[in-house]
Design a protein around this ligand. Sequence first.
Ligand code: NAD
Ligand code: ZN
Length: 354
Amino acid sequence: MKFTTNYKENNYEIIVEYGALNLNYDFTQYDKRIALIDEHVYGLHSVAIESFIKQHHIEKMLIPFGEQVKTSAHYIKFTEQILTKRVTRNSCLFAIGGGATGDFTGFIAATVLRGIHFIQIPTTILAHDASIGGKTGINATTGKNLIGAFKRPDKVIYDLNFLKTLSQTEKLSGFAEIIKHVILSSTGNINESKSLLQLMNDIPDKHALSHLNEIERWITFGIKTKMQVILEDEFENGIRKHLNFGHTFGHAIEFHHKLPHGVAVLHGIIFALILSDAEKSDLTIVLTWMKRLGLQRLNFEEFNIYNKLMQNDKKNEASHINFVVYNALTGFHIRQFEGVQLQQTFEMLRKLEG
Ligand code: NAD
Ligand code: ZN
């Protein structure tokens, strides 16, 4: 499936299908073409990747796999290497990998020569989220994604063949953002809203997810939901903040327990729903989805560890912590909470997850 973003200008094409890498593309407008490729993804898909980069005369640069690449040290190292290749503002970087590769490569593209071109080739389910909306960045020692820039790609080429080699945990992690998009689409903020109960039957179980059943439909759904939000608020002055639903607590446990991003976000969504005083029935529905998808309970530690990390979250002002909360009727809102309320929520989450 092919579709185009509908910003006022500078729109780009998003192609989502099995075999998308083999379609006809013309990249000759870029004077230098360099692909930053997750080394692990390269190992698994070298034949398809080599054929793509040879055909389009793209130079290859393997980068450390996954989240570990998103450091300032790697940023400097690879940026310097790219600069030695005499890139110009007409050059293009291709990001082949998951969300981490996309964030990292996009941030380099945003900052080298104050901005060069950039094409996303996502290889995880989660990257349906990361590759849309133009947020790029790396981690700081004090927390995730604290150094970054907004940068739209020129194109997103989503070849679903990549997804076949994802581990079950990575599939679950990727589906977390789809769950978030489902919850977003169930409120009045987004068109065609359906209640969570109506959406309930559609969510796959662990088995269906492992076979990637209907994954094209889900990825397209996630992208379209996210795009609707981005269209209204590209630079996160308002409604885009709602996409952080589940992420404040999620980022804290992701950072501390080194969990896959989406797995952490699933726990974060439950935390945010409790904090929202969500209807018990909605909470039950969401918990059922997550268990059906195979989410396992986490061995939580002391609340203070997470609280400290949440204080560093970039969405906060002063001593309060901002959270995106959900209301079945009125949609999403930003509210400030203090330590005591958060600690109570944390204890409830612990009990609920058993
Ligand atoms: P990732 O890039 O770390 O990939 C997860 C793991 O899967 C890595 O070990 C990677 O090597 C491996 N992998 C990737 N593709 C594979 C494949 N086809 N087969 C087998 N293994 C494969 O992370 P992710 O889960 O895709 O994304 C998470 C990252 O995205 C986080 O850094 C998060 O902050 C970021 N993110 C950004 C945005 C945004 O708007 N920019 C949104 C959501 C998430
Ligand atoms: Zn996320």
